[in-house]
Design a protein around this ligand. Structure first.
Ligand SMILES: [Fe+2]
Length: 255
């Protein structure tokens, strides 16, 4: 079985739109383990829609999940992580210690765009990098205006942002979504692939099928880089060096 690490799965019972209770979270972890996943970032949304997902609750919930996994003999390691919605207060919230970075280690911070919006986050990325924390943008393929602004994406990557595609985007039934991700992966614009799992039925926590398809599109080396080697560095809060984004020679409307 391939070793896989999931850097985005909603597993913290009752804190957001992930599993409603601990038993459901455990069943998701069993499914992830059966898929080859040994480590998971246990994520909860941090935005005004989910006021219970405070830093203390996220840390406590991830600890309880790990205890239950250990008790049940499920060999999955989890670390806490917020999925922080980008907004005007983000840097204030960061300074006040309200946000949960990957493993609460203040090295990587998972971000998502506000609902229905695509903001230019170049200056936010620079501010976070200057603070010593590297942003990870979740599911860029869902922000369709970004498909038509390649210059924006390259700028964000060059400023230090990592791009985390969703496995259900890779496996999408919409050919245009797959085409976009395939192109971005070929250009080294995607650094991680994660499940963004919410339940066993809604976006299940599975990565192996996405890994296999990426291996088919590119090579096994690239597939393992996106689903294991890069995630391992994130999980362990180590420095991550990624390939320079390839920029096609033909003329674009760059920005
Ligand atoms: Fe998510």
């Amino acid at each position: 079985m391939l070793p896989l690490i999931d850097t985005h799965c909603h597993l913290l019972a009752g804190l957001d739109d992930g599993p409603a209770d601990m038993d459901s979270a455990i069943e998701m972890c069993r499914a992830a383990r059966a898929d080859g996943v040994s480590r998971v970032l246990a994520v909860a949304h941090q935005n005004p829609c989910w006021p219970n997902a405070t830093r203390d609750r996220i840390l406590e919930s991830a600890q309880q999940l790990q205890q239950r996994l250990d008790h049940d003999g499920i060999s999955v390691r989890v670390l806490p992580c917020g999925e922080v919605m980008i907004g005007a207060e983000l840097m204030d919230d960061w300074a006040a210690g309200r946000l949960v970075s990957v493993g609460d280690a203040a090295r990587y911070l998972l971000l998502e765009m506000p609902h229905g919006l695509l903001l230019d986050i170049g200056s936010l990325i620079a501010e976070l990098v200057a603070e010593g924390v590297r942003p990870i943008l979740a599911h860029p393929e869902r922000y369709r205006p970004l498909w038509f602004q390649p210059g924006l994406m390259v700028d964000w990557i060059r400023r230090g942002c990592l791009m985390q595609a969703c496995a259900d985007g890779v496996l999408s039934r919409e050919p245009q979504v797959q085409r976009q991700l395939r192109q971005w992966i070929a250009r080294d614009w995607i650094h991680l692939v994660a499940s963004d799992g919410h339940s066993l039925t809604t976006r299940p926590p599975q990565l192996a099928a996405a890994h296999d398809l990426i291996a088919h599109w590119t090579s096994p080396i690239v597939a393992q880089r996106l689903t294991y080697h890069h995630p391992l560095a994130i999980f362990e809060s180590q420095r991550l060096i990624v390939p320079h984004p390839k920029v096609p020679k033909r003329r674009w409307s760059f920005r």
